[in-house]
Design a protein. Structure first.
Length: 92
């Protein structure tokens, strides 16, 4: 019997690639966190060979995506108390 479609590692890798492409089109490190989470799930499935259920895979994906987003936010955020200001107009 074959594995369910959500247990196939390359499907998660394709989803990670798609989310990374969406991040390039709509930057903000939101989709990048999801892409890292999907890539991590793909690596887990590839290296372990487990056939996990959909709820467990989604839980792992959500936890790893949140962790990746928090790390990206810490790395790329402005220093505490600093606000991004614009002092010129793009049309000038």
């Amino acid at each position: 019997m074959s594995d369910p479609i959500w247990s196939i590692w390359w499907l998660w890798a394709a989803a990670a690639l798609l989310l990374a492409i969406v991040e390039v089109l709509a930057p903000g490190f939101v989709f990048l966190g999801f892409a890292i989470g999907a890539a991590a799930v793909s690596l887990i499935l590839l290296n372990t060979g487990l056939s996990l259920g959909l709820p467990i895979l989604l839980l792992i994906f959500a936890a790893l995506s949140l962790l990746a987003w928090l790390i990206l936010r810490r790395i790329f955020a402005l220093p505490k108390g600093q606000v991004k200001t614009f002092d010129h107009d793009i049309n000038d």
